[in-house]
Structure formats: C-alpha cells, structure tokens
Write a protein that binds this ligand. Sequence first.
Ligand code: MG
Length: 446
Amino acid sequence: MRAGGAGELFGTNGVRGIANSELTADMALNLGRTIGTLRQGKIAIACDTRISSSMLKSAVSAGIMSTGSDVVDIGIAPTPALQYYVKETDCSAGVIVTASHNPREYNGIKFVQENGVEFYREMDEESERVYMSKKFRIAEWSEVGQLYQDNSGLRKYIEAIINSVELDKSYRVAVDCGNGAGCFTTPEILKELGCDVYGINCNPDGRFPARNPEPVEASLDLLKKAVVDFRADFGVAHDGDADRAVFVDEKGNFVNEDVMLALMAKHYVEKNGGGLVVTPVSSSKCVEDAVKMAGGEIIYTAVGSPVVAKVMIEKKAVFGGEGNGGLIFPEHLIARDGGMSVAKVLELLDEKRKRLSELAAEIPRYHIVKGKVECREKKRLLEGLKEEFPEANHIDGARIDFEDGWVLIRPSGTEPIARVYAEAKTEDRARELYELGLRAIKKILG
Ligand code: MG
C-alpha cells in the first residue's frame, strides 16, 4: 500500500496500491460506503483506462448505493473531467478511480468535494476514521441508492475548455495520450480548436503497451520524433488520468516542467495585471522569477496538490501548479488539468506570436541537484532545522533561500528518507548548496 500523508490508508492522493492485492474490491466497497456515509445525495464517479478500473468502480458504486446515495457514472474520463462535472452539477461529491502516473498494476481511489476540488488532508483523515470504524450508514431496502449513467460528462468538460480560448491561427499538434483517459478528450479538444492533430497512443488500453503512464522525458522519444516529422508547433503528453501535461517544443526538445509552470504563471499574471501564484516549496526559482518579472507575487505551500488548491482558494490566486506538469487554472476548475493546459499553451502561442522554444528561452535557467539520505527521526530533523535555520521557510521541511539559489531539506511522508534539493545559477553553486543541506542533516541527526 502506498501509505503516508493522512494516515495508514489515505496517502497524498487518496488510496493507492496494486490492484487486487493491496487495493481490493472489498476495500473499494468500504470506500464507497465511506463516501456515501460522509456525503448524501448524488455522487459522481469515473475511472481511467486501467484493467482493474471497472471492477473497483463497480465496488465503490455498490458501497455508495448501500448508504442510500445515488451514483452518477460518467464512464472513463480524465480526473479533471470528473472534477468539472461534480462542480457543474448538483452532485455532493465525486470519486475518481485511477492510479494517475503509477505503473499499470496499480490503481487508486480518490474523493472529490462538491466544488470539484480534491479532498483536503483533513477530509481524508475524516474518511479514514469512518472507513476504519466501519460505522457506515445503511439504507432501508426501499431507500437504497440508484445508479445513473450520464454520457454528457466528457462533452461538458470539452466544451468548457474550447469555450475558454479563442485562437486566431490554426496549429499543428502531436499528442501522446499514453493509452490513458486523455484519449477521450485531448484529441477532440485540439480538433475542435481547429488544430491538425497527430495522435500517438491515443487508443485506450489499460495494459499501457507503449509507455509507463508517467510522461517522463525518457519515454517520449516517439513524441519528439512525431513533432519533428509532422512539423508540429508542439507536442503534448499526458499521464494516465490526464490531469498532467508535459510539452515538447517545435524542435522536438522536451520543455522542463518547471519552465512550463513558469511560462503559464507569467501568462496568467500578465493577463490579470498582477496577482498571486501558488506553488509548492519544491518548485524551481524560475517560477518565482517569472512571476515577479510580470509583476505578480508567489506563495509557497507544502508539497501536494490538495494544499496548493486550498491555498489558491483562500488567497484568491490567479494561477497555481506543481513542477510535474500539473497546472491549475482557477477560473475553470481548482484542480490540475491536462486538457486545459493544452488549450492554454495554444492561447499563449497565439497571443505572443512566438514559438514554444523561444518562449521557454525567456525563462531564467537554474541547475538543480537532487538527492536523498536515510532519515528515521523526522521530528528531530524538523525541530533541528527550525533551530539551525530560523529564517528559512518551514512550511514543509526547510527551504533556505540565498541570493543565487536555494536548498530544500524535506523528510519524506512515505519513506524513511529525507530529500535534499538544491538549485542555483551555476552547477558548482547548486552542488555547494546541496552539500550544505547534507551537512545540516548530519549535524542535526549526528
Ligand atoms: Mg495524474
């Protein structure tokens, strides 16, 4: 089980595990009972393309109906499409069955709030208490919930996206959906925005025969080649549930995810004439630089998309996101959204009249050094970091900023390790800051 975060069962992204061994139909049934106990009324559900998704979705649905709540099944859909559906309809909650970027044997179950935002950590903790207590609501025979299908879920999502951008030109785009849920939306979004589309791995297949669901640069050779051969303006690839999007420029070069986050943050601050951008402390300094260049401000949060979403709502941010391809466009939905990311990159190219490689080159570059060390005394490390670096940002570990770079020392929520990230203008300086992080851990833990 991928535990950590909230407690034993719920991690930073709901419940995750290998299907039918770590995440079973029994567990899915009880997770359905849990959400039905916590939220009454209609609950929307969707899943990704995984082989185990139908099994788990059926079990969750049965659990929900046993509590007296109705289930609205919108079929196979990207996570943001389910979230948008929950936000736009009178559903009291949503459930998405997906393991996102994890390998094919995994699956997962994640709860969504009435407003389409994923459950916050404290809500997952409450869910876990109900799940563990097994004190579920049980409906009378005559009050058992019903199952409805709504095939309009994908359409609602696609239309919201195509209506949110206006393009003067038409573009050529290569898209790699990785055989995941994005197959049902992104090619369609692009076509309806007038693009010529070259699709790779755009047939849904839960065996993920072409590549791992995580769109890392090393697995995108086919996409890079397609961009060049097709003379595309850019290429885009999704993870299994298409809440993330990563990009390849018109020359076939992968664009670093932090650079994409910085580009889009800058675009949003410029469009809004200022404003706040929310991102985790692990994001590159290039995001802060780009936001400040455009006259905006940055707010750092702990790592994890639910807390980014929460702070975006509290602070009325104009934009937010993570440096892994998860971009959040608040006027549409406060959630990472792969389909919307594609539409907004088109908007950016259209407004700036520049190539993606040119836009990326305008973002300041940093060198990053990442590593990890064993750490079994997380509390002691955190306390020591506060003493050692009182001026640092302690929202999640310690991020120590310098004129020319920063270092983040952060105990993992799931493993007995501490991660160290260092970033600076030169590789030597990044290495120096990294060593400083390692020395600090050694000094504190002895
Ligand atoms: Mg995902």
